[in-house]
Design a protein around this ligand. Structure first.
Ligand SMILES: Cc1ncc(COP(=O)(O)O)c(C=O)c1O
Length: 417
């Protein structure tokens, strides 16, 4: 878990940022120990894009694996060969396997997992099913991905109030800062484990304790953390968690997940619902509706089987490697990258402390969109957010690749000077 040391510095104004020197003289970096788990580089062959591109953009879209391609081919064969019979013979099994794999990954039980079409959809399910009663205040962080707060802001007309905990430095957010906002009216604390905007890792176990002490629940948006940083939802005492397969799980679009702590399942009665939430789904009883007893009461309609097939392949890879090993390797790569960026005089917009930083490294840059476009022309794929470039190494990346990005940036910035 990260400690709660703040790096609080005042956010810079736009004109101050423009003055930030972008030096190209390289100060020596401190050693960070031997590179861990180089055996994982054997996986590079599994991802054909790595043979053609320098790809460090897992926080946006994980790469396509050979396994996923084979799974897609298998899906087409099943559909073509067996038609609708595939549902009973194969696809229901694929769905159950996927829920079980996610449960294993986060330390949950399969009946506590529901499948949703996106993280936004997953959040809407929870929001439409959770009766906050008189505790109508929801606490979010201003660093969260917007879709999280939108669920509750969209319910303001129904009496929901949203309060934001603010990050002073726009990078970190010590858990303590939530304390003042969680009061007797707070029904839910809803925030992310990893901030997409800085890569900062929140101490969700601490947040759960804080919320529970005041009688509130904790919902975690884990999209930027699942598959890159280990988690046990039981040990952390999390009530709800949403995540998806697009990024660190290398499972493509169209599949997200909801975890609901067992004891809370009966309390959720989503109004956004459908026949997949019904206890007697295959009785087709039009006049009566009862929710399922498990978390699948948060599902609604027919799931996208092509996406489910790909998601299963991505999760298999993550489970096979193990998230602990992934974290050890990506932490080392991110540390190396962060140190080398700092040595160039660039301003990190991610935590300096490697224990607080995930494998999402943001660096302040002017016109980052232009840089990302120029890098793309050189076969280098990274990402940007306003005023920053975003580099997210995964277990299959190498130091040579991160160095290639840094050298390319050196050249592009020198051309600007
Ligand atoms: C932390 C986080 N939550 C939610 C989302 C949105 O997910 P979806 O598009 O599946 O609703 C993103 C997208 O990048 C994200 O980074």
């Amino acid at each position: 878990m990260p400690d709660s040391t703040s790096q609080a510095t005042k956010p810079k104004t736009r004109s101050q940022r423009r003055e930030t020197p972008q030096k190209t003289a390289h100060a020596p970096t401190q050693p960070i120990g031997p590179e861990p788990h180089t055996d994982l580089l054997a996986w590079r062959d599994e991802f054909p894009i790595l043979q053609r591109k320098t790809y460090l953009n897992s926080c946006s879209l994980g790469p396509l694996s050979r396994r996923a391609m084979a799974a897609m081919e298998r899906f087409e064969e099943q559909w073509n060969e067996h038609g609708a019979q595939s549902w009973y013979g194969m696809w229901m099994g694929e769905l159950a396997a996927l829920r079980a794999k996610v449960a294993r990954l986060i330390g949950a039980q399969p009946h506590e997992i529901a499948i949703a079409p996106s993280v936004s959809g997953a959040l809407s399910e929870i929001a439409s099913g959770l009766d906050l009663g008189a505790r109508n205040k929801v606490v979010c962080a201003d660093m969260d991905f917007p879709t999280l707060a939108y669920q509750w802001l969209a319910r303001e007309r129904q009496g929901v109030e949203v309060a934001f905990v603010e990050s002073e430095d726009r990078i970190t957010l010590p858990a303590e800062r939530f304390r003042a906002q969680i009061d007797k009216r707070t029904g839910l604390v809803a925030t992310s484990r990893v901030f997409y905007l800085s890569g900062y890792i929140q101490d969700v176990a601490k947040l759960a304790k804080m919320a529970h002490t005041k009688g509130a629940l904790l919902l975690v948006d884990d999209y930027q953390a699942t598959g890159q940083i280990p988690l046990d939802v039981k040990a952390a005492n999390i009530d709800f968690l949403v995540t998806g397969t697009l990024k660190w799980l290398m499972g493509g679009q169209g599949v997200a997940f909801i975890y609901v702590r067992e004891g809370l399942i009966p309390k959720l009665r989503p109004t956004h619902t459908g026949w997949w939430a019904a206890r007697d789904q295959f009785q087709f009883n039009t006049r009566e509706f009862a929710y399922r007893d498990d978390a699948q009461r948060l599902e609604a309609g027919t799931p996208p089987m092509p996406s489910i097939t790909i998601a299963n392949a991505g999760l298999d890879i993550v489970l096979e490697i193990g998230v602990e090993r992934i974290r050890e390797r990506t932490r080392w790569l991110a540390d190396d990258l962060a140190r080398k960026a700092q040595a160039r005089g660039w301003k990190l917009r991610s935590p300096l402390d490697g224990a607080q930083r995930s494998s999402i490294v943001l660096v302040e840059m002017e016109r980052p969109d232009e840089l990302v476009h120029q890098l793309t022309q050189r076969g280098i794929i990274i990402d940007f957010r306003p005023g920053m470039i975003r580099i997210s190494p995964s277990f299959y990346n190498t130091v040579e690749e991160t160095d290639r990005i840094l050298s390319a940036l050196d050249e592009l910035l020198a051309q600007r000077a």
